[in-house]
Structures are given as structure tokens and as C-alpha cells.
Design a protein around this ligand. Structure first.
Ligand SMILES: Cc1cc2nc3c(=O)[nH]c(=O)nc-3n(C[C@H](O)[C@H](O)[C@H](O)COP(=O)(O)OP(=O)(O)OC[C@H]3O[C@@H](n4cnc5c(N)ncnc54)[C@H](O)[C@@H]3O)c2cc1C
Ligand SMILES: NC(=O)c1ccc[n+]([C@@H]2O[C@H](COP(=O)([O-])OP(=O)(O)OC[C@H]3O[C@@H](n4cnc5c(N)ncnc54)[C@H](OP(=O)(O)O)[C@@H]3O)[C@@H](O)[C@H]2O)c1
Length: 540
């Protein structure tokens, strides 16, 4: 049904206001009525027209909110980000609460995740992995401003039948709709003497029905370490096959819930079932305080040990912990050079706290537990603005220390497979040349074949002083500038917290020095490269 509002008698909105004539007429009438300026001439809108009007207002608001998101910096602490967003619309403050990595682990970028929560299309507030508990706490407070009760968080232990039955998107294309790939093999990339354990992993995609582009990430649904699962079951003091909504407790603890950092809700549970001083401590921990200075060390098992011998009811316990989330890994292969296969380059996370070694769940699942031939729940996450230039002749500069080299191995394989004529320059770095030079033979072969035009290396722990990829970039700044002047695309992958920022600073300095510009002009130059997608990052 179309609706033609009669013209209001007073026009309040300026001609330039970003509304259609119908919207302007209706809004003018609305304000006239609200301000008591006379007969508004308002005719009630149909639900459809209201929705259309609101959508228009939303788009206009979004345009007005083109505020540059100054908090969108993954190295900025949360309190500073929130300060920068003070006084802004709620959904912008929600965006400032996110981890700012645009890493895609939540299934969105930071802005879209905030918008989805604000518009109530997304009910889960606990999806931001880089932001962790701080982001979750802040989102809960901000959500409260909408005057709505906090939505139920992602249910921790859904029975398989309760998992979303008709998830959006194609199979294997999102975390909500995974498929299965077959794990094929793992090969250690470090040599004896390395402090690291980084694996080259291969999966068979032939029965999965998915493919990918270089630059995409692979999402993996991991399983928890069985030794840790057994310790948690022992701490609960019930049999491993204790039924939780029809599934054995052991299975639920293996593939459904997260046993990493204890969530606020687990401490909340302990605050109900303990008494006295311990109750106060549990309460304090549940609201983000740190009464004993050990909060950062309390994974789920350590929290259970802290409050032993009190034991929660297994069902209440499972409800109180977070769901196990998938992890993303940069794809390090090209399907064009290796059809039906995908490879990853994964550093295993392990560290000791007290007597117990803590294991990163996904990296050690891949590095140690999954056996060749086993099916693994996976999906491909399309890269947003991280991929090879459309013009195969455009030169590319790739900066990827450590596991950051992963997508660049993929780029090189793709450029070889497609016989792209563009020049390729790789900056790689790690701790020691002797034991941490990933894919050394491959890269040497590519150099010899002319596929890798230039290879610049930086070994951080081989000399008396640290030497990083950005130090090497500065050394060859003149050439780097010449490549940029020739239209090169520049890519950075790896650590988000320090490396990506330091590399960007080095690039600004190089542009200033060799491009003969002031620092401000060099910053503007680099920002312009970003805007035109000639400077792309995949950082985590
Ligand atoms: C877009 C994207 C691409 C990625 N690509 C790759 C890739 O190609 N290769 C790769 O290896 N990784 C990659 N990652 C990282 C990967 O997704 C995982 O975050 C990483 O493997 C760790 O996950 P995990 O499950 O093993 O560890 P988790 O179980 O998540 O544990 C990690 C957590 O342990 C804690 N922790 C870690 N070390 C310590 C310590 N020393 N002391 C105290 N606490 C500590 C921290 O809280 C940390 O967040 C990528 C991430 C993103 C977002
Ligand atoms: N949260 C963090 O702060 C952080 C940092 C790094 C990695 N990680 C995680 O560690 C895992 C694997 O890391 P990785 O194997 O890719 O190796 P990595 O730990 O990132 O190290 C790769 C190389 O980068 C160097 N490096 C350290 N700081 C740098 C900086 N500011 N600028 C440039 N180079 C720098 C390292 O040197 P030195 O080690 O000798 O300093 C090393 O030579 C990933 O899961 C990643 O998320 C986390």
C-alpha cells in the first residue's frame, strides 16, 4: 500500500536533510505535533511505511555517524576506546567495545557485529574473542541502555538437536553452517633447537563441497584436551557418562564448552553455592574484580580448584561456562596449485602456570590430537579486502613474520599457478635462521625460478639486538618506495598487537624519507593506500 502524507503546515527540516520528500513531510509533521506548533496534518503510517521510514532514518543516521571511528585501533586499551566513543550513539559505543581487529572470528567485522547487536539481529554478546571478558562485560552494560533484558548468551550445552536447524548461508561458508574436511597430515616447520612448535597442516576438501580463494581463512571447530576434560570431570565428582541433556558429560566437555579462562558466570555460580569470605571472592571475581590477584590464571579447572571442595551441580556448571568457539587460521595454500586440498600454518600455544601446562585448544588439537583420516568440522571465512590484486601484473610486497607468512605462501602458489607476471617481494622473519625459517626450500626454489622476485629476512634472536621485519624494511626503504611508486600492493599478516603497528610506522617513515613528504603527508599517503585497498592487513 502506498501512502501520501499531506504536506505539513510548517517545514522544520532543512531541504538538505537526507530524507525523501515523503519522509521529510512525515517527520516535519511529527515534529510540529511534538512541539505543539499547530495542526501537524499527520496521518498514521502503515506498518510497512513506518518500517521503510525507519530504515531511511537509520541510513541517514549511519551517514551522520561517519565519524571515522577513532577507537578502531586494536592496540588501544578498552577504557580509552570507550572514552573516545563517549557521547556517541549507542551502537557506536558498542563498536568501541569490540576488539577492533576486524578478525572475523565472531562472523562479522567489529562494526557489523555492533550493529547486529544493536538492531537485535544478533543475541549473542560473547562472540568477540580478542575482546574477551572485558568486551562481554561492557556489551552487557551497554545493552542495558536499550532498556531490554540482557539476551541469553549462546547456550553453553545445546543438545545437537537444539543447534540452529536452518542456519544462514551456504554450507561450509560460515561458523553457523560448517561442513567436514578430512585431516590429512602435519609436518613440523621448526628444526631442532627452536623455542617454537609450528605445523604445516593439510586437509582434504574433496567431500566437503567447499573451495576457497587465497587470502581466505579456515575456521576449525576444535575438541578439548581429554586430560583436561578428565580433570574437570574428577573435580565435579561425577561419572564421565553423567547425562547432560541426553549426552554424556565427557562428550559435552570435549566438544561443546570452553575450558579456557573461567567466565564471570562460573564465579557467579560459585557465589551462590559457597559461603562467607569465599562467597565474597566469587562475587568479586564475577564482576571483574581480582581479590587475590590471580584472576588471569583462573581457567575453568583452576577456578574449580580454587573453590574446592564445593562442587557445582554438573548441569548448572555446564550452563555456567561458555560455548567452545571455532578458531580461524589463514589459509597457506592455493586450490589452483593443489586442487581439493587446503593447508594451514599453525603455531601451538602452550604455557605453564604453576605446575600445570595450559594448552591452546585449537592449536594443540591441530598440532597434536587430531589424527590423519579424521573428519573435522570446518568452514571457509571469506576475506574482506585481503587478496591478490585483480591485475596479475601489479607488483606485491608481503610482510609476514612467524605464522604471518601463511597467506603469502598461498599468494605465491597462486601467482605461480596462474603465471601472473607481477613481481613478488616477501619479508619474512622469525627468531632464528637455523631453526625457524619456514618453507625455506620452497622459497629458495621460487627465488631460483624467478617466481619470488625478492626475499628479505629478519632474525630477531640471532644477533645481540632484536632485528625485526620493519628494521629490514627501513634498510631497503628506497627500493620499497620505488615498488610503491610502481603501483605495488602491500600486505601485512601476523601479530596485531605490536608487529602490525610497528610495520605501519616503518612504512610511514619510508614514504616520508624517500617520497619526500612531511610525516603528516606520509600518514595521509598510507591511509590513502588503505582506502584504495593497496595496503591490506590480516592481523590477529
Ligand atoms: C583472522 C585470523 C587468522 C589467524 N591465522 C593464524 C595462523 O595462520 N596461524 C596461527 O597459528 N594462528 C592464527 N590465528 C590465531 C588462531 O586463531 C588462534 O587464536 C591461536 O591458534 C590460539 O588459539 P588456541 O585455541 O590454540 O588457544 P586458546 O585456547 O584460545 O588460548 C589462547 C589464549 O591463551 C592465553 N595465553 C596464550 N599464551 C599465554 C601465556 N604465555 N601466558 C598466559 N596466557 C596465555 C591468552 O589468553 C590467549 O588468548 C589467526 C587468528 C585470526 C583471527
Ligand atoms: N598477543 C600477543 O602479544 C602475541 C604476539 C605474537 C604472537 N602471538 C600469537 O602467537 C602465535 C604465533 O605467533 P607466531 O608463530 O606468528 O610468531 P610470533 O610470536 O609473532 O613471532 C614471529 C617473529 O616476530 C617477531 N616480533 C615480535 N615482536 C615484533 C614486533 N613488534 N614487530 C615485528 N616483529 C616482531 C618475533 O621476535 P621475538 O619473539 O624475538 O621478539 C619473531 O621473530 C599466534 O597465535 C599469535 O596470535 C600473540
Amino acid at each position: 500500500m502506498t501512502h501520501n502524507p499531506p504536506p505539513p503546515k510548517v517545514a522544520l527540516l532543512p531541504e538538505t536533510a537526507p530524507f525523501t520528500p515523503e519522509q521529510r513531510a512525515w517527520l516535519d509533521g511529527f515534529f510540529v505535533a511534538a512541539l505543539g506548533l499547530g495542526d501537524s496534518g499527520i496521518t498514521p503510517l502503515s506498518p510497512q511505511d513506518s518500517a521503510a521510514l525507519l530504515a531511511g532514518v537509520g541510513a541517514a543516521a549511519a551517514a551522520e555517524e561517519d565519524d571515522g571511528a577513532p577507537w578502531h585501533d586494536q592496540t588501544m586499551p578498552l577504557n580509552e576506546r570507550l572514552k573516545l566513543a563517549e557521547g556517541r550513539p549507542l551502537r557506536r559505543r558498542m563498536m568501541a567495545a569490540m576488539g577492533q581487529q576486524d578478525c572475523g572470528q565472531c562472523g562479522y567485522n567489529c562494526q557489523d557485529y555492533a550493529d547486529a547487536i544493536f538492531s537485535k539481529k544478533e543475541a549473542k554478546l560473547n562472540l568477540c574473542i580478542p575482546g574477551g571478558k572485558d568486551t562481554l562485560r561492557t556489551l552487557k552494560v551497554l545493552y542495558g541502555e536499550m532498556g531490554a533484558p540482557t539476551p541469553t548468551l549462546m547456550p553453553a550445552a545445546p543438545e545437537p538437536a537444539l543447534l540452529p536447524s536452518a542456519p544462514a548461508g551456504a554450507v561450509g561458508r560460515s561458523r553457523d553452517n560448517p561442513t567436514e574436511a578430512v585431516f590429512v597430515s602435519r609436518t613440523l616447520l621448526n628444526k631442532a633447537g627452536s623455542a617454537k612448535e609450528t605445523w604445516h597442516l593439510e586437509f582434504d576438501l574433496t567431500s566437503s563441497g567447499i573451495d576457497y580463494e587465497v587470502g581466505d581463512c579456515f575456521g576449525i571447530f576444535p575438541a578439548n584436551d581429554p586430560t583436561l576434560v578428565a580433570s574437570v570431570i574428577a573435580a565435579l565428582g561425577v561419572p564421565a557418562d553423567f547425562p547432560i541433556k541426553g549426552r554424556p558429560l565427557r562428550d559435552v566437555l570435549t566438544d561443546t564448552v570452553a575450558l579456557g579462562l573461567a567466565p564471570d558466570s562460573l564465579f557467579q555460580l560459585y557465589s551462590y553455592i559457597t559461603g562467607g569470605d569465599r562467597r565474597q571472592k566469587a562475587k568479586a571475581l564475577s564482576s571483574g574484580e581480582d581479590p587475590d590477584g590471580d584472576a588471569a590464571t583462573l581457567d575453568v579447572l583452576a577456578a574449580m580448584e580454587k573453590f574446592a571442595p564445593v562442587r557445582p551441580d554438573p548441569e548448572a556448571f555446564v550452563e555456567a561456562i561458555e560455548p567452545l568457539q571455532p578458531r580461524l587460521f589463514s589459509i597457506s595454500s592455493s586450490i589452483k596449485s593443489n586442487p581439493g586440498r587446503v593447508s594451514l600454518t599453525v603455531d601451538t600455544v602452550h604455557y605453564k602456570i604453576g605446575k600445570r601446562t595450559r594448552l591452546g585448544v585449537a592449536s594443540t588439537f591441530l598440532g597434536a590430537r587430531v589424527v590423519p583420516g579424521a573428519p573435522v568440522k570446518v568452514y571457509v571465512q571469506r576475506a574482506q579486502h585481503f587478496g591478490l590484486p585483480e591485475d596479475p601484473a601489479a607488483p606485491i610486497i608481503m610482510i609476514g613474520p612467524g605464522t604471518g607468512v601463511a597467506p603469502f605462501r598461498a599468494f605465491l602458489h597462486e601467482r605461480m599457478a596462474t603465471k601472473a607476471p607481477g613481481r613478488n617481494w616477501l619479508f619474512f622473519g622469525h627468531q632464528h635462521r637455523d631453526c625457524d625459517f619456514f618453507y625455506e626450500d620452497e622459497f629458495s626454489g621460487m627465488r631460483a625460478a624467478g617466481a619470488l622476485t625478492r626475499l628479505s629476512l629478519a632474525w630477531s634472536r640471532d644477533g645481540a639486538e632484536k632485528f625485526y621485519v620493519q628494521d629490514r624494511m627501513r634498510e631497503v626503504g628506497r627500493d620499497l618506495w620505488a615498488w610503491l611508486a610502481d603501483g605495488a600492493y602491500i600486505y601485512v599478516c601476523g601479530d596485531a598487537k605490536h608487529m602490525a603497528k610497528d610495520v605501519e610506522r616503518a612504512l610511514v617513515d619510508i614514504v616520508a624519507q624517500y617520497g619526500v613528504r612531511s610525516t603528516e603527508e606520509a600518514i595521509a599517503f598510507v591511509n590513502d593506500l588503505k582506502k584504495r585497498h593497496r595496503y591490506q592487513q590480516d592481523v590477529y
